[in-house]
Design a protein around this ligand. Structure first.
Ligand SMILES: Cc1cc2nc3c(=O)[nH]c(=O)nc-3n(C[C@H](O)[C@H](O)[C@H](O)COP(=O)(O)OP(=O)(O)OC[C@H]3O[C@@H](n4cnc5c(N)ncnc54)[C@H](O)[C@@H]3O)c2cc1C
Length: 498
């Protein structure tokens, strides 16, 4: 390549960092504008008085995708981070004190199923075998870009077509292996990553529980926020430049070509290509002038399906509870709770939640003898009429009392040293997440692959997308893939030209 091409990336979230490190390594001049004073976006850390919390992701799946990202540019992730495999992976708590410890150990998993539902454990082997095949075919499709409709004619896609599970849901697909609803729920909790109801989530996503059970899940010392920190370190080593506390106000567009960005401080910066990592629907509605877009105008965006939101409670406490690392509590009426969150858009009194007690494996997160607790409660996104911030204290009390009661940790309030709350309104106003839909656009088939906003953005030239709102999807591994795809498309473009 003769001329050093200039790239601007809006946002230093996992997607922006992944694209940035590959492009910087490939001799592009890359600058990231990040509105916050640290990297990571929804994956950044929250630090309060010696306590460290992950804002968002706590389940690190498909570690090999992250490793490959580092290998692509001659690095080893282990040189930057300390990983711990968590097994049993998580404890699932159902009504009537029924508990299930999900593990990658097949024998142990089968024993637990057999104890509650004799005869049902044979479904486990079939689940692994059939879903392995689905995964092997489907993942190849997720790694590709879908710039053109004829990308559907690729042999990988045609081969995967029969196993997409079109017309079937995750929950119904699990019925092929397990009859009792409770066992199916053990394998459907993962649709949380997609912010979707297991009764609506396409059957193809049965590969997510398969992936967990096949490859396991990891914790990273210091929290998963360190994965973004390590990527930023590599980006800097490769000569990349991150401008912190610098907000992009709008894209500079002429004749549908993106020329650069205008910052909130009034400065303008120009580049050969602009990559958007900030939340997709937020960017379309805030960084691009009205009337510029057709397919993704505000009206069209509001007709799309979005993930749920989350009410977050982060507590620093002066003791350590004897709880596993990851814990999921199902509402007694789980289906009713899901209907409230996704369809009725109402508050459930009987709610499901997730608790992370990471200090039991990671002593760096809290002062000695103390610990962090992270509570995630799936709730409706901001297409609901709920006034989260006007009644923040009321909601906090309701959710805190609910988890104390359900978990039986009656002394919790006496031990709280620090606390932070993020409501769906906060996600929207403080984190620039459109409608507070924390897991972006939903992953229904009408919003997947070619039908999801494309990596080479279809509405504007010299503009690429990375992150949870574009192809392939909203979990960390797929977000890294989006960074890889967009970076590769840009590298190819200039290889041909220069
Ligand atoms: C509560 C929660 C739990 C999750 N749990 C998991 C999990 O366990 N496992 C998993 O794999 N995934 C999980 N996810 C999903 C996903 O991995 C994260 O949301 C991830 O951080 C999204 O990455 P991203 O690259 O799309 O962008 P983001 O993390 O949203 O980063 C976008 C960046 O753009 C910046 N920005 C925004 N606007 C501007 C602007 N105008 N100018 C400059 N910069 C701007 C933001 O500050 C931010 O740094 C979770 C998400 C949430 C919210």
């Amino acid at each position: 390549m003769n001329k050093k091409r200039k790239i601007i990336i809006v946002g230093a979230g996992p997607g922006g960092l992944a694209a940035g490190m590959i492009l910087a390594h490939n001799n592009f001049e890359v600058k990231i504008y990040e509105r916050e004073d640290k990297v990571g976006g929804r994956n950044r850390s929250i630090n309060i008085n010696g306590y460290t919390f992950d804002t968002g992701p706590t389940f690190f799946m498909m570690k090999f995708i992250y490793d490959q990202l580092f290998e692509m540019i001659g690095r080893k992730s282990e040189d930057y981070l300390k990983f711990t495999k968590i097994d049993p992976m998580y404890r699932l708590n159902f009504s009537n004190n029924r508990v299930f410890d999900s593990t990658t150990n097949l024998e142990d998993m089968a024993d637990q199923i057999e104890k509650t539902f004799p005869g049902e454990s044979k479904g486990l082997m079939r689940f692994k075998e059939k879903e392995r095949k689905r995964y092997q075919k489907l993942y190849k499709c997720l790694e590709k870009d879908y710039t053109h409709w004829w990308d559907f004619l690729r042999p990988q896609f045609i081969e995967a077509l029969p196993i997409l599970g079109i017309g079937k849901s995750l929950f119904s697909n699990l019925g092929n292996y397990f009859k009792p609803e409770l066992i199916r729920l053990i394998f459907t909790f993962q649709s949380k990553y997609l912010g979707m109801s297991p009764w609506e989530c396409p059957a193809g996503f049965t590969i997510i529980p398969y992936i967990e059970h096949e490859f396991g899940i990891y914790h990273v010392e210091g929290g998963l926020n360190q994965t973004s920190m390590a990527m930023a370190n590599v980006f800097n080593e490769e000569g990349g430049n991150i401008k912190f506390s610098t907000e992009v106000k709008r894209l500079i567009i002429e004749n549908r070509k993106v020329l650069g960005v205008e910052l909130s401080n009034g400065e303008k910066d120009f580049a050969d290509e602009v990559i958007i990592n900030a939340d997709f629907a937020y960017s379309m509605t805030h960084l691009i002038e009205k009337g510029e877009l057709k397919k993704y105008s505000k009206k069209k965006l509001d007709e799309k399906k979005y993930s749920c939101s989350t009410f977050m409670i982060y507590l620093g406490i002066d003791k350590i509870y004897d709880l596993p690392h990851h814990n999921i509590y199902f509402a007694d009426d789980y289906r009713g709770n899901i209907e409230d969150v996704f369809n009725r858009k109402e508050i459930s009194k009987d709610f499901s939640f997730y608790v992370q007690n990471a200090s039991i494996v990671d002593k760096t997160l809290a002062p000695k003898g103390k610990s962090t607790l992270y509570f995630l409660i799936p709730v409706p996104n901001n297409f609901s009429a709920i006034k989260w911030n006007e009644e923040k204290e009321k909601f906090k009390k309701m959710y805190l009392d609910g988890v104390i009661n359900r978990m039986g940790i009656t002394d919790l309030k006496e031990h709280i040293e620090v606390e932070k709350i993020i409501t769906p309104s906060d996600w929207e106003s403080e984190y620039n997440v459109y409608k507070g839909a924390t897991f972006n656009l939903a992953h229904n088939l009408q919003q997947m692959l070619y039908f999801r906003p494309r990596n080479k953005f279809e509405e504007l030239n010299n503009c690429y997308l990375v992150g949870g709102g574009t192809h392939p999807g909203s979990g960390l591994p797929t977000i890294y893939e989006s960074g890889k795809i967009s970076a590769k498309l840009i590298i190819e473009k200039y290889k041909k030209r220069d």
